[in-house]
Design a protein around this ligand. Structure first.
Ligand SMILES: *Cc1c(COP(=O)(O)O)cnc(C)c1O
Length: 336
């Protein structure tokens, strides 16, 4: 683990992970286990009917050596919404935060040092388990938190990437696109693979009802900067509400003094934007250099250089992650 720049985003060995079981209508206390294996009935609803949800968040090491976890309460609330929507028992915010703390403490020595853009990625998950055949909610559940040290998404500086636009949908207008459930990801694998085969980083999903407005950029939310410096980001019933996006809205308004417009971004009117990006926990921000749509190649700021406003947003957000920029109240959980 010496070369933090090349850590990438993959599974590394850790000291352990958290696991808690739900039986007879209640969660047990939960514990840290060493192995990242679980034994469940092959009849489990998570395996057949996609009854599962997950989260993703990160722990960062500050310059002073403290551990910062970014907005874990937001992940706790989103996981509750996911569980509610697919009929799984909710995990209280208190239980969620306790699990996160236990995993971070057990793996404290694996949190990459400050200054490499690396972090400890945390992966909470809830799955329906138990012997069940009919389509109905599982009798039992597992809530776990896995982790892995991960590197910076960008090995050099922030590099713009290009995207194509898919005609397929990852979610339905009134489906499960607004919650973090595995089914949405299964539905995205083919489109992602086709985009990569054609030389793109990923594909853009349009709103599933009219196919005219940008919904998501792969598994990240979309934002753009208008020619008169407004921060624009769409909302729709099929967009997963990104915590990174929610944070960027606040940063744009309160740190960069920008106006924010929460409104549609029409795929046929990209000329109104001078910069664009994708945002999510994995990369924080990925600058969008170019979008190819129906033979039209739309270049934003540049295909090789990040735009100045995207750069400012990125620097402020990552500065908050690592404790170099003062965070708004309640954004950082410090682990002692
Ligand atoms: C997790 C996820 C995001 C990003 O959300 P963050 O909270 O910012 O990590 C965006 N889109 C989809 C589909 C996701 O699953």
């Amino acid at each position: 683990m010496e070369n933090y720049k090349n850590l990438g985003f993959k599974v590394q060995d850790t000291n352990g992970n958290y696991i808690s079981y739900y039986k007879d209508g209640k969660w047990d206390e939960g514990k840290i286990q060493k192995e990242d294996t679980i034994t469940i009935s092959a009849f489990s609803t998570a395996l057949h009917y996609g009854q599962q949800a997950f989260e993703g968040l990160k722990a960062f090491r500050t310059k002073e050596g403290k551990i910062h976890i970014f907005r874990p309460d937001e992940n706790a609330k989103r996981l509750q919404r996911s569980c509610e929507k697919i009929l799984m028992p909710k995990i209280s915010e208190e239980k969620f935060l306790d699990a996160i703390k236990q995993v971070v403490k057990a793996n404290e020595d694996l949190i990459p040092p400050y200054g490499h853009g690396a972090s400890l990625y945390l992966r909470p998950y809830v799955i329906g388990v138990g012997r069940n055949l009919g389509v109905k909610p599982a009798p039992e559940y597992i809530f776990g938190v896995l982790c892995s040290p991960v590197g910076s998404y960008f090995k050099g500086g922030l590099e713009p990437v290009k995207f194509t636009v898919t005609d397929r949908d990852r979610a339905a207008p009134n489906g499960t696109g607004d919650v973090k459930v595995g089914g949405n990801y299964a539905a995205s694998l083919l489109s992602h693979q086709k985009a990569v085969e054609q030389g793109y980083a990923d594909c853009i999903y349009l709103d599933p009802l009219t196919h005219t407005k940008i919904d998501e950029v792969g598994a990240a939310n979309f934002f753009a900067i208008t020619k008169d410096n407004k921060f624009v980001t769409p909302v729709s019933s099929s967009i997963l509400p990104s915590i990174t996006k929610k944070s960027l809205i606040h940063i744009a308004q309160n740190y960069l003094d920008m106006e924010v417009e929460i409104r549609d971004a029409n795929i046929n009117n990209l000329d109104e934007f001078k910069e664009a990006g994708a945002c999510g926990t994995a990369a924080a921000i990925t600058p969008i250099g170019r979008i190819d749509y129906h033979g039209n190649k739309h270049v934003f700021y540049s295909e090789t250089e990040v735009g100045p406003i995207t750069k400012k947003l990125y620097d402020t957000l990552t500065g908050i992650y690592y404790g170099d920029v003062k965070a708004p109240d309640g954004w950082i959980m410090v682990i002692e």
